[in-house]
Design a protein around this ligand. Structure first.
Ligand SMILES: Nc1nc2c(ncn2[C@@H]2O[C@H](COP(=O)(O)OP(=O)(O)OP(=O)(O)O)[C@@H](O)[C@H]2O)c(=O)[nH]1
Ligand SMILES: [Mg+2]
Length: 315
């Protein structure tokens, strides 16, 4: 494929087009994903999540500048599950990284909701793969808001950074959403405000209460992203977490689990499509439905017989 050849040669335009193809579900998308797949698996993936306005983008901007100095190439995916915009429409406004868009070693893409959130997390992960195959060393996925959608999206990360802000009330922003559980590293950003100690204690307590066996205690860092304070220490924590993943073999375990989940998700999607495109319009379905309505058949028997027709051997 021409587009993929160009992408491998380092064409940013080809990368942008490939991302659009995946995002817009063009017919070419699966051929592109297939062609790039062998070149994936190299990049390190960092997920950044937390409450809206917590300073995720400001922090990302500072982190990226640091990693650029270390010679890395970086892809940034700014995901906004609440926004209908995508494809760069909210760039600049939302992500506060304007000067980075000009850097040849940085590629920024924003994505919004088009279609289902489940679809969004798969697409995010596919876009990360495209950036990986393009040759990015580090891919940062920033997700706005708090909720299950973020949790799903950051599942494709190796390391997840949860950004919290002091003084937003005592139900710590994240707990409800289960975001605390996915944090490998915490940043208390806007540490120039009151309430850092309290929030710190709350996070520590939550980590203590959570009875899971741990080989990694998530460190809690304080940052003032807007003044570039505490960012070096945060980077040390992030690097330490990645080193931990490598040393313990957990990186492989996480990535294997991710691949498995992806395959299962795709399988369910395809089967779901088959059901709506082939089964639902079929005569046996229409006829069976009428029988169930007339109470001459029941839903359980109907489903069993429909399934037995699709998978005659094993179900
Ligand atoms: N006082 C203070 N303000 C900060 C700090 N970090 C970021 N801000 C400001 O907080 C506002 C939101 O920052 P963003 O980086 O856009 O936050 P975000 O989490 O990416 O926001 P969304 O993507 O909209 O959820 C901006 O006005 C920043 O300048 C900080 O450490 N202290
Ligand atoms: Mg942001």
């Amino acid at each position: 494929m021409d587009l993929v050849t160009e992408l491998f040669k380092g064409s940013r335009l080809a990368l942008a087009r490939a991302i659009t193809a995946v995002e817009s579900e063009y017919d070419t998308a699966s051929a592109i994903m297939k062609a790039i797949y062998p070149k994936t698996g190299r990049a390190q993936i960092l997920g950044i999540t937390g409450a809206p306005g917590a300073g995720k983008s400001t922090l990302t901007d500072k982190l990226v500048k640091h990693y650029l100095k270390a010679g890395k190439k970086i892809g940034i995916i700014a995901v906004d599950p609440t926004s209908p915009f995508s494809g760069g429409a909210i760039l600049g406004d939302r992500i506060r990284m304007n000067d980075l868009t000009l850097d040849p070693n940085v590629f920024i893409r924003s994505m919004g909701t088009r279609g289902s959130l489940g679809g969004l997390s798969r697409k995010t992960s596919d876009v990360a793969k495209l950036m990986d195959a393009f040759g990015m060393d580090l891919i940062i996925i920033e997700t706005v808001g708090v909720g299950q959608s973020e949790v799903d999206i950051v599942k494709s990360a190796d390391t997840t950074l949860v950004v919290l802000v002091p003084g937003l009330g005592d139900d710590i922003q994240a707990i409800k959403a289960g975001i605390l559980e996915i944090g490998d590293v915490f940043a208390i950003n806007k540490a120039d405000r009151d309430g850092c100690d309290k929030l710190n204690v709350e996070i520590e307590m939550m980590l203590d209460l959570d009875g899971r066996p741990r080989t990694w205690r998530p460190p809690i860092n304080r940052t003032v992203a807007s003044r570039d304070e505490g960012v070096d220490e945060l980077i040390e924590s992030l690097d330490a977490h990645f080193a931990h993943l490598v040393q313990t073999g957990e990186l492989e375990t996480r990535r294997q689990a991710r691949t498995r989940d992806e395959i299962l998700g795709m399988l369910e999607e395809q089967i779901g499509r088959f059901v709506s495109r082939v089964i639902v319009p079929s005569e046996s379905f229409t006829k069976g439905l009428k029988e169930v309505e007339a109470r001459t058949n029941d839903p359980y028997s109907l489903v069993n017989s429909l399934v037995a027709n699709i998978f005659p051997k094993n179900l």
